[in-house]
Ligand binder design. Sequence first.
Ligand code: AGP
Length: 608
Amino acid sequence: MCGIVGYIGKKNATPILVEGLKKLEYRGYDSAGVAIINDEGINVVKTKGRLAVLEDMLNKEPVEGMVGIGHTRWATHGEPNDVNSHPHVSENGRIALVHNGIIENYIQIKEFLIGKGYEFKSDTDSEVVAHLIEYNYKGDLVAAVMATLNEVEGAYAFGVVSTDNPDRLVAARKDSPLIVGLGQGENFIASDIPAILKHTRDFLIIEDKEVVSIERDKVEIYNLLGEKQERGILHVDWDVSQAEKGGYEHFMMKEIAEEPAALKATINPRIKDNDIVLDKFNLSDETIKNCEKINIIACGTAYHAGVIGKYAIEKLARIPVEVEVASEFRYRDPIVNDRQITIVMSQSGETLDTLMAMREAKKKGSTTLAIVNVVGSSIAREADDVLYTWAGPEIAVASTKAYNTQVAALYLVAISFARRKGLLDDETYKKYLEELQEIPGHVETVLKDKEVIQKFASRHFNAKSVFYIGRGLDYALSMEGSLKLKEISYIHSEAYAGGELKHGTIALIEEGTLVICPLTQEQLLEKMISNIREVKARGAVVLAITLEKNASEVSKVADAVISIPNIDPFFAPTVAVTPLQLFAYYVSVMKGNDVDKPRNLAKSVTVE
Ligand code: AGP
């Protein structure tokens, strides 16, 4: 929920930190700050508001130093204001800290420290840790941080600097993301790779409950017992521009435009010689054949992709699938055992609810398969198997290309499992593989029609409430369309099973109500056309998204029709979602919202 960055080297740290924070603003943007170590001591500049406010302050009164930490915040404890922004400084003013996560026992620690005479300036949980490090400091900053981490409970990624240790940066993590970037005579920390990719392509992935001592030419990793840990270097070949807007007005539009490439990168490498090859899969045929149930757990958009996965896996592999939001799954003592496979969906691979739900499933004996976009993320590393969605960095808070590729990955799993269970004959298997490989081209075609969607959005961006209705896969798709609109346009919206409307909700339909209907499931087409007639009869305005071959029939009942190429309805969601994403995007732009960083949200929800 927040972004942290740190630098130690021979250059002025300030611009490096600010630049890194710009890449991390998607993780939280209600306040920002830096702490720079120089001969005058710790120089903290921090403020409520977007990073631009901090940057303006630093331009007016520059601060120089070669060691420093920075933070961009999504408030959890303590409202967004100057005092609650990070970095936080210890009582004696000699230690500064930035934190991403939540300290769950901060009240007890705060009471203890108040009893020791410490005074607190902020309402945050993070400030408590700055004072506790001071309390534990006996001359060795790494040891003081280690002692502190043995006392705190909760999720954290910390960056710590101290005037008594001007040539050292200390970092630590548990459940919140943290990587170390390795340079020549300089080293970095950050919440994710794009923040410092401009400076290095070599990284160390820090594991949970590890403390890192970082000097200009040395990086040492320890566990909380003080035992040194070895770690291989992760070299990334990403093109730096992938983490830039590349001429688009918003990251969201750039990432929608990247969908064909992202789908190709996710699908094609997994189809070799007309067979699905899932990279380094440990799941044996026996495990799949004996699997009694599949759980799919995720949050938000990833959950909606999981609902599509349920339909796909049950239809082809005939294994019962239960899809559940991670925050519910993890607290209900779910019935899970070693005859189940749990698929964990996450773009960031750091969503805390999803990570904890996966741990719950593992603890109960389930085999776990992660479908994740960020390489080396916590969920990817802790799962038994990982199937990466090679969508590239997704910066906009509203997930788009990640959804398309998550659904594509689930199709690969569904088809592979069905084939390995002997349920797909050669002809059907070959047909499905061909259809999968045509998906990127179909999305390319849909993207050519974006002006039609933009025009429809221009007529409806002042809607007060929008209904998305569909049946089968189109109902699952409606959930995602509705979320996209809500989170970036702030218009209330609901997704409803078409057959459910008449059981109450149709009472809400009145003159001018906007209803959006994905109609890609041909065997349900007539039923959905009846639903459109029902809402039209009560004054609704209907936008339908349907296959080209059904467009003329559907246009007889709907007010507007967006057609997508004639794809097998089974695969339609990966293509039909793009018009829904574009509609939400254009409405948000027309309302003047911050499309990439919508209010109250952050890209990676690493708090509970
Ligand atoms: C999607 O548009 C949202 N930003 C949000 O629902 C997101 O999908 C959810 O927080 C899960 O994130 P993850 O995929 O990184 O786990």
